[in-house]
Design a protein. Sequence first.
Length: 145
Amino acid sequence: MNISKTGACMDFRNYKDSDFKELITLLKINNSFDKMTDSRKIFKALVKQNPEAIILAVEGKKLAGYVFAIYTPFESYIHHLGVAPEFRKQGIGSMLLARAEKALKCKGAKRADLFVSSKNCPALGFYKKKKWAWLERVLVMEKEL
Ligand SMILES: CC(C)(COP(=O)(O)OP(=O)(O)OC[C@H]1O[C@@H](n2cnc3c(N)ncnc32)[C@H](O)[C@@H]1OP(=O)(O)O)[C@@H](O)C(=O)NCCC(=O)NCCS
């Protein structure tokens, strides 16, 4: 249990299948839903392989935030970090990110990457405060398969 900056009692726990609907609702509210990857089947497979891959922040029964900590032996990623609008600016995003970084470190990751839209100024400001830096030397390339 952690107390947010405004005194909310926040629990952090691993995602389970029964969280699916609420998680999808919050991903949609945060404009982060990706219909290609955000499916019950994919989430199930992800947490079967690594139970700490999806970490949730909950206040009572209410979902306040989420983060995906994707470990691979090659690259590791922070994916889909988000906090419900009414819970923002209380330190919950920071706590989720710290937990995800720790989970990846425990798996053996030496560094992690994340993708964030260059237009998402709030998130860029947030990550900068958390000592994440953008890589000038890398361009992201993509192809529809
Ligand atoms: C980005 C996000 C996760 C931050 O969550 P949060 O719980 O509000 O963040 P915190 O309260 O832990 O804030 C941590 C620090 O970042 C700063 N910060 C948070 N939101 C900010 C914003 N909109 N603009 C500037 N700074 C911001 C806070 O001021 C705080 O700084 P401090 O420690 O000096 O006080 C949240 O705004 C969000 O869910 N956004 C929508 C989803 C999204 O864009 N996710 C990232 C893309 S992957």
